[in-house]
Design a protein around this ligand. Structure first.
Ligand SMILES: [Zn+2]
Length: 272
């Protein structure tokens, strides 16, 4: 009887110690389980935010020359989607693509990584009017720099502030919210809402409202691979200031708009 009691005490103590020693690991993954129920498919080592070089945060590198990045191939990407992604994002996307396919859903990358220099081309074309925005030459119709930047920011990021710089974020299937509101597009969006988290993906640009008062408009096509993008966002908040956002026409508006807290941080709280 005494032996049995001793045995039970030892067993209880072992159980308590065991659960204590496992705790840090559990806490480490707690955030992840909110988004990803299928943990085994995700990398277990998240990058330490302080170790992420600034060049990746600002997009000032060339993904085709960087071993962290791989080329997106058909059938995973199409058209402009045949660029580069961080290799972990690509592996996770391929798993999600296959799972969706077996449910009769086609997910295709239409835009992967865009570095600073590409974003600068897009931004400056809109800034100087060589590319029209809502049918207008903004350099003529909106002379005030802050107002002009705000118009461009309705759908395009300022260079140095785009999540597409990181190789963690992708645009899928179609660049129109309406596409995802009926027919096949709605089926795809419903599938993503139900399952994307199982593969580590989250929609950062949900409809604006009390939960997300600032930032870009809703983008049903834009999905982010959280095991990478969450530490990238944290690193961004630690090391990037408005002084870091420079080197393009209209850069002086960044601080006046408070583009970091309003746009970079203005995402779906579930993706933070
Ligand atoms: Zn996007």
């Amino acid at each position: 009887m005494l032996l049995l009691r001793l045995f039970l005490i030892v067993l209880l103590a072992y159980g308590l110690l065991g659960s204590c020693s496992r705790r840090p690991e559990k806490e480490q993954k707690e955030g992840l389980t909110e988004y990803a129920s299928n943990i085994d498919t995700l990398p277990h080592d998240w990058p330490v935010p302080a170790s992420i070089p600034t060049k990746y945060l600002l997009g000032k590198y060339e993904p085709s020359q960087d071993s962290l990045f791989v080329k997106v191939e058909p059938p995973y990407g199409q058209d402009n989607g045949l660029g580069y992604l961080h290799k972990e994002t690509y592996e996770a996307f391929k798993r999600m693509h296959e799972a969706a396919k077996s449910d009769g859903i086609s997910l295709v990358i239409k835009s992967p990584t865009r570095n600073f220099y590409r974003q600068k081309e897009i931004w400056e074309a809109k800034w100087n009017g060589s590319r029209k925005v809502e049918g207008q030459n903004l350099s003529k119709s909106v002379p005030d720099p802050v107002q002009r930047a705000l118009v461009i920011l309705r759908y395009s990021s300022m260079p140095g502030t785009s999540r597409h710089h990181w190789g963690t974020d992708i645009d899928l299937n179609a660049f129109e919210n309406d596409y995802f509101k009926s027919g096949q597009g709605l089926k795809e969006y419903n599938w993503l809402q139900a399952h994307a988290h199982e593969y580590g993906f989250c929609q950062p640009y949900t409809p604006k409202g009390p939960e997300r008062p600032d930032g870009y408009e809703e983008e049903r096509w834009h999905w982010s691979y959280l095991p990478l993008s969450r530490p990238y966002l944290e690193a961004y908040s630690l090391s990037i200031t408005h002084d870091s956002i420079r080197g393009f026409a209209g850069a002086e508006t960044a601080a006046r708009i408070d583009v970091i807290s309003k746009y970079v941080m203005g995402i779906n709280p579930a993706c933070k």
